[in-house]
Design a protein around this ligand. Structure first.
Ligand SMILES: Cc1cc2nc3c(=O)[nH]c(=O)nc-3n(C[C@H](O)[C@H](O)[C@H](O)COP(=O)(O)OP(=O)(O)OC[C@H]3O[C@@H](n4cnc5c(N)ncnc54)[C@H](O)[C@@H]3O)c2cc1C
Length: 460
């Protein structure tokens, strides 16, 4: 009896425990035939930015190549049809069992529940194994069996559990089966605004290069958007082209490697928090913040659009927002700066920024995005206190000391040398390149944000 393997956010063949379960099961049953399938929900696909569409297509393309071009891609619309398609695929493969990596985010859980129920009604079993994490969400608990709400103790409890050896595809030669005709890759609406490199082999190469290039200095350089001091593995992790097990197994105990493992743990912490608090995907984790006064109306809408375009008049914010448009990625330090600006300088709700990030980020991850935003907004776990408001000017001077990052993304400021680029208003020719004037005054808005915080503090 063949098995079906349902690829979702685990687009790789090595270190894939659920895929190994399918291959092993198929070998025990018969000739080891496994039908690898990917079902594209066009409703979801069409809601992605062109960059995200191309990035998924590139990942599928690379996965198809590692499956001897036997990946069956099917297109449907809506969750009910995903479920029906899985039944059709399983029946066509004559399989009684479909395998997949267990999802832990709200959408993934809903999808796997719907598919599992539909398959069961058709007499087919959905077997879910492993997770996209070194430790599956829900498994790191305090001694009293409750969840950690703060990162540092979570990290201490997570570390010993996270040290597991990666697994190889076993046996390495699989009889991949194409049960029905492949509909091909989904077609993005527009050309990609940037060059996409994706896939398992690329992820592994990126990791190897990072180990040689930057891991040893990661603790010092990871906050510098003007340098390539981070791994750039977030796209690969979000698509499951590399498993965190593979990463952690190669890390030693130099300061850079320890800090890097801690960042991997942030991803796992947020996945755990979202799993236990699914509403925090879109709601305030700390409900007091829902009571805060936020701005709405046409002026706010204009400010939101200026923020999205990278035309706030604050060079570091604008460079970050333009990096997001230009590359489909933004440096972590700058994500914090632009998020703080949206919530604390423009007084908009974090969800508005998170939605924009979701549209454009090729590394979009529901847990890291929602909780990265909530952390910066002050409403999340381990929150930076609301009164810690990022100053976009001093942050730029500190983390982009020569102004190279700003000049790379903000063409109107390229005529300014060195760190002066962070304060064009101090120069007689600062605006000669046509750069925008500041849409708000940071010092005033900081006071306004603190006043609004005092109001909710009083209410509670
Ligand atoms: C407002 C906001 C939104 C964010 N949205 C996302 C998102 O949608 N997807 C996403 O993967 N990351 C998100 N992050 C976290 C972080 O910015 C990115 O993971 C990181 O910039 C990716 O670059 P890298 O792979 O070079 O990171 P590295 O510094 O090399 O880190 C290695 C890996 O660790 C994980 N990681 C690092 N920092 C964090 C963090 N603060 N939180 C969670 N995981 C982390 C990522 O998986 C990353 O790939 C967000 C952060 C903020 C402040």
């Amino acid at each position: 009896m063949a098995r079906v393997f349902w690829f979702r956010r685990d687009l790789r063949i090595q270190d894939n425990v659920a895929l190994n379960a399918a291959v092993r099961g198929a070998n025990e049953d018969t000739d080891g035939a496994v039908a690898p399938v990917y079902v594209v929900d066009l409703e979801k696909f069409e809601a992605l930015s062109p960059g995200r569409q191309h990035s998924l297509v590139a990942s599928l393309d690379s996965l198809g190549a590692s499956l001897d071009r036997r990946l069956t891609i099917r297109h449907v619309r809506g969750l009910a049809n995903v479920a029906q398609e899985m039944i059709l695929l399983a029946k066509a493969a004559k399989a009684e069992r479909v395998h997949a990596t267990r999802a832990f985010d709200p959408d993934g859980i809903a999808e796997q529940n719907a598919v599992g129920i539909a398959l069961a009604e058709a007499g087919i079993f959905l077997q879910l194994d492993d997770s996209n994490y070194a430790v599956a969400p829900g498994l790191v608990n305090k001694p009293d069996a409750t969840a950690y709400r703060v990162y540092t103790p979570f990290y201490k409890a997570w570390s010993p559990l996270a040290a597991n050896a990666p697994v190889k595809l076993e046996p390495p030669k699989v009889n991949w089966l194409e049960p029905v005709e492949c509909m091909g890759r989904p077609v993005p609406a527009e050309p990609s605004p940037f060059k996409i490199r994706a896939g398992e082999a690329f992820a592994l190469r990126t990791f190897e290069r990072f180990l040689l290039r930057a891991v040893k200095t990661y603790d010092e350089d990871r906050n510098r958007p003007d340098m390539s001091g981070t791994s750039h593995l977030s796209h690969a992790l979000a698509h499951g082209e590399i498993h965190p097990r593979t990463i952690l197994a190669r890390l030693g105990d130099s300061p850079g490697e320890i800090v890097f493992a801690k960042e991997i743990c942030w991803r796992e912490f947020y996945a755990d928090v979202l799993f236990r608090n699914p509403d925090s995907l879109t709601d305030y984790y700390d409900p007091r913040y829902a009571q805060m006064r936020y701005d709405t109306g046409s002026v706010s809408d204009e400010r939101l659009n200026a923020w999205k375009r990278g035309e706030t008049g604050y060079p570091m914010v604008d460079a970050g927002m333009r990096q997001l448009i230009a590359d489909g990625w933004m440096h972590n330090r700058v994500r914090m700066i632009v998020a703080s600006f949206l919530v604390k300088d423009l007084h908009l709700e974090w969800q508005q920024g998170a939605e924009h990030f979701e549209y454009l980020l090729t590394d979009f991850d529901p847990a890291s995005n929602a909780h990265g935003w909530q952390w910066t907004a002050g409403s999340g776990t381990d929150a930076s206190p609301y009164f810690r408001i990022f100053n976009p000017i001093t942050q730029g001077q500190k983390f982009d000391p020569n102004g190279d990052y700003v000049r790379k993304y903000v063409a109107e400021l390229r005529h300014i040398d060195g760190a002066d680029v962070h304060e064009p208003w101090n120069l007689p020719n600062g605006y000669e390149g046509g750069y925008s004037r500041q849409i708000v005054d940071h010092a005033e808005e900081r006071n306004e944000a603190l006043a609004r915080l005092a109001e909710i503090k009083q209410q509670h």
